[in-house]
Write a protein that binds this ligand. Structure first.
Ligand code: ADP
Length: 499
């Protein structure tokens, strides 16, 4: 009897604390799944490093374990990764030169302050869509060249530089390919996002020779072939995207007006705005994402520093609940917060208020306030904070928002999802598979490999739970005014220092 060879794709998801691998079958099922953690290094306050060898080794080990669990060999590889983290290696040996400097690392804060003071912010924003911040790769790479490569006397021609995706591609292909994709490049603060090429003036500004950097390629396409010794068969690498853009793609947000929000410790929002470059500003960044074919489109990006962490704090700091999931029943147990608003600015406020000195604020307390009101106010804050960011994205860019797809731990809270849809007035959809980042990498590689004829076929197996906005009189949306008043109070408390 003739048998049809089952088809599958391997997704490698190299994250900040662990490397994961997923084997995704052509029918959309997850056939194999593995994860390997690696050490974090904090050599000084504010410094965060990874050993590039750890990133490679755990990625390869997770991949082998996922393939073994699936019991079949996938036919292509998709890579997604922690963004902005950057490293150097020796072209002759493939050995790392110094550590990988992680996106969280703040060592280049003085350099970024200098760039701002020199009036460079506007130029940087115009070219890269980003603001001078240690978060992005440029100043980290500048630091590695100055502090690591130069003292060791290594010739620049013997060095290669790159973000995590290009490091993994180099290792998988045994040094045959030095490439990255446009989404990862767009987070380096070295990429001209309109030309989708390294910016010559910025390379000069940061003292980075063009020859050091990988070639920028579309996210769905060829990135070389992984040598058979690594995973048991020679496999083409056909998809690459940074983690947030991979999640946006894996959520099926391929068209302008489609956005995703990840509700974890913090919240990460991306809104696809299509082919015309949107204006950003007010703390909203402009970046590159992918359309249904993996070709570059623009997206707006922003994050909320504290989202689910507010629930964690009510649990661990105040002991108001035993588990985060109890928050749902508590929120349902009261008809409203009774006028209480909790602005969880525990580590400052991001866009649109942008006040690093802000701290958490609870307003509207009365003798009648109970713990359920506070818990509900923490959940409402996630929805209101998300609405503020999306509203700002809409107003600075004129972009529309037609659909919000969601993932992350707090999205299991059905009450919160309904409240979010009501506040936004647009449908909120939660997929049955929350590994949206790895799915995005699998999908990009799978459409390039022909495992799926197109993006829609890739998502055909997914099911979404839809939370439609309540029409008519909608108390959730009506509460937005009170929330904004509470945010103004929070900002004013931070700024009013001399009575
Ligand atoms: P991360 O990847 O950032 O660690 P997760 O996606 O695992 O985060 O989500 C965990 C966060 O979600 C925690 O901050 C937790 O407080 C919150 N959370 C988890 N379950 C719920 C729930 N049912 N309702 C509200 N918040 C929740």
């Amino acid at each position: 009897m003739a048998s049809i060879r089952p088809r599958a794709v391997l997704a490698l998801d190299q994250g900040t604390t662990s490397s994961r691998a997923l084997v995704v079958g052509a029918d959309g099922r997850i056939l194999g799944r593995a994860q390997a953690e690696f050490p974090q290094h904090f050599p000084r306050p504010g410094w965060v490093e990874h050993d590039p060898e750890d990133l490679w080794r755990t990625t390869r080990d997770a991949a082998r374990a996922a393939i073994a669990q699936a019991g079949m060999m996938p036919e292509a590889i998709g890579i997604t990764n922690q963004r902005e983290t950057v490293m150097l290696w020796d072209r002759r040996t493939g050995a790392p030169v110094g550590p990988a400097i992680v996106w969280q690392d703040r060592r280049t804060a003085p350099r970024c302050a200098e760039l701002r003071a020199a009036g460079e912010a506007e130029t940087l924003y115009r070219i890269t869509g980003l603001v001078p911040d240690p978060y992005f790769s440029a100043t980290k790479l500048e630091w590695l060249l100055r502090e690591v490569a130069r003292p060791r006397g290594i010739a620049l021609t013997d060095l290669a530089a790159g973000t995590v995706d290009s490091w993994l591609i180099w290792r998988l292909t045994d040094g045959a390919v030095h490439a990255t994709d446009h989404t990862n490049a767009s987070r380096t603060m070295l990429c001209d996002i309109a030309a989708r090429e390294w910016s010559a003036p910025l390379l000069e500004r940061f003292g980075i020779p063009r020859e050091l950097l990988p070639e920028i390629r579309p996210s769905a396409g060829t990135f070389g072939v992984a040598a058979a010794e690594h995973l048991g068969a020679a496999l083409p690498i056909l998809g690459v995207a940074g983690d947030q853009q991979a999640a946006l793609w894996g959520q099926g947000c391929w068209r302008s007006g489609e956005g995703k929000n990840t509700y974890g410790t913090g919240a990460f929002l991306l809104l696809n705005t299509g082919r015309a470059r949107p204006a950003g500003g007010r703390g909203i960044l402009t970046t590159l994402a992918c359309d249904a074919e993996g070709a570059p489109v623009y997206a707006l990006e922003s994050s909320i520093f504290v989202a689910g962490a507010a629930v964690q704090w009510l649990r661990d700091g105040l002991g108001l609940l035993d588990a985060a999931r109890e928050s749902e029943a508590m929120a349902r147990a009261v008809p409203s917060t009774d006028g209480v608003y909790f602005v969880p600015a525990l580590t400052g406020l991001g866009a649109p208020a942008w006040e690093p000195e802000a701290r958490g604020t609870i307003v509207g307390l009365t003798r009648g306030t109970q713990r359920a009101h506070l818990v509900r106010a923490a959940l409402e804050a996630m929805a209101y904070g998300t609405a503020d960011v999306l509203e700002t994205m809409r107003s600075v860019s004129g972009a529309s928002l037609d659909l919000l797809r969601v993932d992350g731990g707090a999205t299991f809270n059905d009450w919160l999802m309904q409240f979010q849809a009501d506040v936004l007035g647009v449908p909120v959809e939660r997929p049955d598979e929350i590994e949206t980042t790895a799915l995005g990498a699998a999908g990009l590689a799978g459409i390039a490999a022909g495992v799926w004829p197109d993006a829609a076929a890739f998502l055909a197996a997914r099911r979404y739970q839809r939370f439609a906005p309540t029409g008519g009189e909608n108390p959730a949306r009506a509460g937005l005014g009170g929330w904004r008043r509470a945010v103004r109070a929070t900002v004013s408390w931070a700024r009013d220092r001399d009575g």
